[in-house]
Design a protein around this ligand. Structure first.
Ligand code: URA
Length: 261
């Protein structure tokens, strides 16, 4: 087999055009062309990046990896399968699910916001590596009055309930309000940037200073920001620029010029 070539059915199967049998039927129906000629055989060798493949008149864009930005809603788990709960992968359309992406890291079931899904294991590994300290910023509503002292404590590192002392984190207090009423209660809105990903980390950091997170949303990871135009549960593929930014966080050279890993 020539270098860089793939069977036509494998190429189309990988990007969601159906099973081998279904693709065979598309070819048999004369719906698939390669470089302008109707393909006769679904086992034809094609160069997925350079040959022009059309299905039913539409140009096929081949890629091995997929990078999906999701605005995760509450109520779904960050996993590929779960016996009880709906997963983030269940929210994907067939054309994206065909790539078998998985979530890069976990958000709690009740946490919303930025979640990256990909089938690029190397990028995921680099983004999650504890050595890389990729910053993640969360927006939270907190029951209680968040103070400058909390910010100082987070900057130093706080001891969580299991004894672990967190790495320095940056707290930005956006608002602190007291609800009117006979027993006024404080609520605060904050942004917190952490560079690690311990279980329930943001919630437990606030617990360590006697406060409770009532709403949590991730707004960035490394250079990637949540696209606020995405409604909860919606997804889109990363732009080239967004992908480039992320690759720079984890060692660009590994991906450039290396479509197969
Ligand atoms: N910290 C949390 O407590 N929960 C998340 O989902 C993410 C970070």
């Amino acid at each position: 087999m020539a270098k860089g070539k793939l069977r036509l059915d494998k190429m189309l199967g990988h990007i969601g055009y159906g099973t081998r049998t279904e693709i065979k039927q598309l070819v048999k129906a004369g719906l698939v062309t390669v470089n302008g000629k109707v393909a006769k055989d679904s086992g034809l060798q094609v160069d997925p990046y350079n040959d022009e493949v059309n299905v039913d008149g539409e140009r096929v864009r081949y890629r091995e990896f997929i990078y999906i930005l999701m605005n995760k809603p509450a109520g779904v788990v960050s996993a590929t399968e779960d016996l009880r709960d709906k997963t983030v992968v269940d929210l994907l359309a067939a054309e994206h699910a065909a790539f078998e992406p998985f979530p890069v890291g976990r958000l709690d079931k009740d946490t919303e916001g930025l979640l990256l899904l990909t089938n690029d294991g190397r990028l995921a590994h680099r983004l999650l590596s504890p050595k890389k300290h990729v910053p993640k910023t969360y927006y939270a509503k907190v029951a209680g009055r968040v103070t400058d002292e909390d910010g100082e404590a987070f900057a130093r590192g706080v001891r969580l309930d299991d004894g672990y002392v967190t790495l320095p984190a940056e707290l930005r207090v956006l608002s602190v309000r007291q609800a009117p009423g006979s027993e006024p209660e404080w609520t605060s809105e904050i942004e917190l940037t952490i560079t690690e990903g311990k279980f329930h980390q943001v919630k437990r950091m606030f617990e360590s200073v006697g406060k409770r997170v009532t709403y949590l949303k991730r707004i960035s990871m490394g250079s990637l920001r949540l696209d606020e135009r995405l409604a909860l549960g919606e997804v889109r593929e990363l732009t080239g620029e967004e992908l480039e930014g992320l690759l720079n966080y984890g060692g660009k050279e590994a991906t450039e010029g290396c479509p197969r890993r």
